[in-house]
Design a protein around this ligand. Structure first.
Ligand code: GAF
Length: 376
């Protein structure tokens, strides 16, 4: 692995970090103006940086040899491709928003598995943003940087994601889950310490093979927006849980009805999970995780066999609840277990995967960690 000095021939001015996330509950609710409850992971993207005075940004990654360089002034959506689109997008949106960022050398390092649905893209956007701002001592509001990072992902990279991942990466705090109400743009830090209740949160990357599902996320988002238009509301968040049956009767298409049912019931599950956590009843959140998974499997149709087998096996092995987390089709499951059974649950999943001929899954530590910051 090359050092910063070897890549750029100069010493760095500092390092900035932004974490990945695991969402406890509230999936595909963010772009419906709903509620989410992510925690930040200890795994993160680290950007080590030095100032340049020529208005150009050079990016390199410890995982790739090539240095990619561009002028900040010349950035237009899509002008830089591949993984460097994310740092370029961050620079573009900061420039467009009037932040006086300047040229920089950036070395990107990561211990966040990419493709595991742990939001490495949002972490890269956020880490680059705080590095470019930090290099010039520019003050910022973390939630505003999250919003800009989402804008960069939507408009520069072209991915129609919601705001959960960027908010988790910027605004989570250690020991807490972030209860984020997208419509109100309000946040609340909910203490989350499974170990204090003799519980464990197991995060298992199912390492599903890449399936050709590009466009599925956008299709889900489109269905939700079309359903909201058909129901005459700005977003599905406007459908109260108690009015769900009436709303479903007004929708013609069976698939759309199921998509709506997922979103409305999932938002309700987030509220219930937060009520239980506030009441110190974390064990009782387990069944909500499982109900969320069933809803994503049957109504939103975003699970794959590896995710379903991992969840079913975790439950059979004694987990209190389990669900896939993230955008779907790949990625991780989370399982809430008694601390004493976490190892047995993981072993059961490994055994079931071997029996199904799936790739070996891998577990991650899920200590709720802090959002983006300077790291030195
Ligand atoms: C992906 C997206 F980036 C998020 O905005 C969110 O919609 C999530 O999928 C599903 O909850 O991570």
């Amino acid at each position: 692995m090359s050092s910063f000095e070897e890549v750029f021939g100069t010493t760095p001015d500092g390092s900035w970090r932004a974490p990945g996330r695991v969402n406890l509950i509230g999936e595909h609710t963010d772009y419906n103006d709903g509620l989410v409850l992510p925690i930040a992971l200890p795994n993160q993207i680290l950007v080590t940086a030095s100032k340049r005075d020529d208005g150009r940004i050079a990016v390199a990654s410890t995982g790739h040899d090539r240095v990619i360089e561009f002028a900040i002034d010349e950035l237009v959506p899509g002008s830089v491709g591949d993984w460097a689109a994310y740092p370029a997008g961050a620079a573009w949106v900061l420039r467009e928003s009037g932040y006086p960022i300047g040229g920089a050398n950036l070395l990107v390092d990561s211990d966040l598995p990419s493709g595991a649905g742990l939001s490495s893209s949002a972490a890269l956007l956020c880490a680059t943003s705080v590095a470019l701002l930090g290099l010039r001592d520019i003050e910022f509001d973390p939630a505003e940087v999250a919003r800009l990072a989402q804008l960069a992902e939507n408009q520069y990279v072209g991915a129609p994601v919601g705001l959960m991942d960027q908010m988790a990466s910027m605004c989570c705090t250690a020991g807490h889950a972030l209860y984020f109400d997208i419509r109100a743009m309000s946040t609340d830090q909910i203490p989350f310490d499974p170990a204090a209740d003799d519980l464990a949160l197991l995060v298992v990357d199912v390492k599903a093979p890449h399936r050709h599902v590009d466009g599925e996320y956008a299709a889900r988002r489109r269905s939700c927006e079309e359903a909201a238009a058909e129901l005459g509301v700005p977003a599905l968040r406007s459908i109260a849980y108690d009015d769900l049956d009436d709303a479903l009767k007004r929708l013609q298409d069976g698939v759309v009805r199921r998509r709506v049912r997922h979103v409305v019931t999932e938002i309700r599950r987030v509220e219930e999970a937060v009520e239980l956590m506030r009441a110190g009843r974390l064990r009782d959140v387990g069944p909500l995780f499982t109900a969320s998974h069933v809803s994503m499997r049957d109504d939103f149709e975003i699970t794959v066999p590896e995710l379903d087998v991992a969840v079913d096996t975790a439950l059979e092995a004694g987990a209190l609840g389990a669900r896939m987390t993230g955008g779907g089709f790949d990625g991780c499951i989370i399982a809430l277990t008694e601390a004493s059974t976490a190892d047995a649950v993981l072993s059961a999943i490994e055994k079931a995967f071997a029996e199904h001929g799936f790739s070996a899954p891998s577990a991650l530590a899920a200590a709720p960690s802090a959002g983006a910051s300077r790291s030195d």
